[in-house]
Ligand binder design. Sequence first.
Ligand SMILES: [Mg+2]
Length: 285
Amino acid sequence: MQERVREELPGLANRFEAFVFDLDGVVYRGARPLPHAMEVLNLLHERGRQVYFLTNNSGATREQYAERLQAMGYPHARPEQFITSGWATALYLRRAFEEGAPLFVVGEPGLKQELASAGFAILERVESELPAAVVVGIDRAFSYERLAQAQHAILNGARFIATNTDATYPAEDRLLPGAGSIVAAIATAAGRTPIVIGKPNPQILQPFIERGWINPERTLLVGDRLDTDIALANLLHIPCALVLTGVSTRDDLACAPLEHLPQWALNDLSELLGDAVENLLIHAP
Ligand SMILES: [Mg+2]
């Protein structure tokens, strides 16, 4: 990452040198940027802060996510800032299998592209050649036929990998079924439990911490889901804020277990630049 001079920021944001934002429900919902998201991202860039994006959504490649944020009004977006569950899955598979290993993917073109770029062979169908693994992500063209193919491969020895198990994701005006609903169908049909790569599995962020790109003590993670974003931050001892523009609500906060509680709850991202005390929820970091 390119080094820039760090300048003062107003409010809570000034305490941190790096930020990890979830995307769906934090930066945008569907094609619509969330209120103040673009101005906050641009200000963090201008004031020399490191900005990363961490998404369980495996539907697009890192390049495609960067282009999406550029088009929404954050021209500084670069693929290296994006950590997606699809990319993390590719890194995991590179450690588990040899280059060129065949995979059956229940997922969208972005996931297939990410895995193909990592050197794997993507099987269109499970026939005589069995895949080394079945990789499952969000797939808005999911079908009974794909379910049957995945089931057959897993029952015949293929490893079962889920990019994430989010039950839902926030579209512009409602929640839609997430990858977890598709993973559940395959798990039921095959009678197996998958290896899950995405949040809250700390493995998704560990490579960035190990390389010194993210210092947990000086980083704020901002997410909209208590059971993935906030749970992961707490596992890695990263200060975290829940933003109430996505999946989790104030009512969810009231009944969440301790390990799912953030330090702050924000109505929208502009409150990162405000007085943190007003947003103090349960305890100070
Ligand atoms: Mg989200």
